[in-house]
Design a protein around this ligand. Structure first.
Ligand SMILES: Nc1ncnc2c1ncn2[C@@H]1O[C@H](COP(=O)(O)OP(=O)(O)OP(=O)(O)O)[C@@H](O)[C@H]1O
Ligand SMILES: [Mg+2]
Length: 276
């Protein structure tokens, strides 16, 4: 899927009226099949940008075009159809606790299934081999029939990523996929994700706190600073100096671990995010 943002500003629906927009005046074009990492300090607007791309958040200014059409000027049914082509993987995947892993993974296919097929799949999952293959790419095949609430945080995060690989979305929007993973798992997860998107010809936009991983795994890097576009460059041209200026007063985030997000599971998400 091809993306064009033209002068886009956006804010969280719960933001205070006097707060500035979380992203401001962003103009970016991303070609079909491109892989882009978004980096920037905590609060710089990375998740807000992903939500705009997922059509979960309407821009307050400017326009978004997906494959040449503005989703917000489409009819409700066309907007739903457009959302069906997007896969938004939130940092904490919304997995029902008592669900089996196989059902949770196959939920990635729901947006393009009929209601009857979706309901049937809750009781008689079809495509078990597909789910197993997706889980195997994240070294989780043996958890196929485990209950979701018996998984560790990192395993749940990987189940959320495996879900993306069974969907037939043409745009993957992935929010901090590595925050609960150790370095070995991180390397494996990011290459499964980038290879999976490449095999499908899907566009991949991924926010990352791990700058080294972003530079090593993505050909193009977008840096956000306080909601503004700081740079948009091939990874090979992102210098230490640019990174230091991007993280300015938050240099600990550049060198240390990603900030904790314990409260995220409690944060209500836009309705569209619950569909996957
Ligand atoms: N739940 C919320 N309620 C009100 N304002 C919010 C909320 N979430 C985000 N914001 C506002 O939007 C700004 C950008 O937040 P966003 O989540 O997009 O940043 P981020 O770059 O993803 O940060 P992080 O790296 O911590 O995930 C925040 O600084 C805050 O002002
Ligand atoms: Mg975020």
């Amino acid at each position: 899927m091809k993306i064009a943002l033209n002068g886009v500003s956006a804010r969280h629906p719960a933001a205070k009226p006097d707060a500035p927009d979380a992203i401001r005046d962003l103009s970016v074009e991303i070609a079909n099949g491109e892989q882009v990492a978004i980096i920037g300090a905590s609060g710089s607007g990375k998740t807000t940008l992903l939500h705009v791309l997922a059509c979960a958040l309407k821009p307050t200014r400017g326009s978004l075009q997906l494959n040449g059409a503005d989703p917000w000027s489409q009819s409700t049914s066309d907007l739903q159809r457009t959302r069906g082509k997007l896969f938004l993987a939130p940092q904490v995947p919304p997995l029902p606790p008592r669900q089996r892993v196989v059902t949770a993974v196959l939920a990635g296919r729901l947006p393009n299934q009929s209601l009857i097929a979706s309901l049937r799949s809750l009781f008689y999952p079809s495509g078990i081999g597909l789910a197993e293959a997706a889980l195997a790419r994240f070294d989780l095949a043996e958890k196929l029939f485990e209950r979701v609430d018996r998984l560790s945080g990192g395993e749940r995060q990987r189940v959320g990523l495996a879900r993306s690989l069974v969907s037939d979305a043409s745009l993957f929007l992935v929010d901090e996929p590595l925050s609960a993973l150790d370095p070995t798992r991180s390397t494996q997860a990011i290459s499964s994700l980038t290879n999976g998107a490449k095999e499908r010809g899907a566009t991949l936009v991924c926010t990352l706190h791990q700058v080294d991983t972003a530079l090593a795994s993505f050909p193009r890097i977008i840096g956000l600073r306080e909601g503004l576009l700081a740079f948009d460059l091939p990874a090979t041209r992102v210098t230490d100096e640019l990174l230091r200026s991007l993280y300015a007063n938050k240099l600990d985030e550049l060198t240390g671990a990603a900030p904790a997000h314990e409260d995220l599971a409690q944060t209500p998400l836009p309705a569209v995010m619950h569909c996957r």
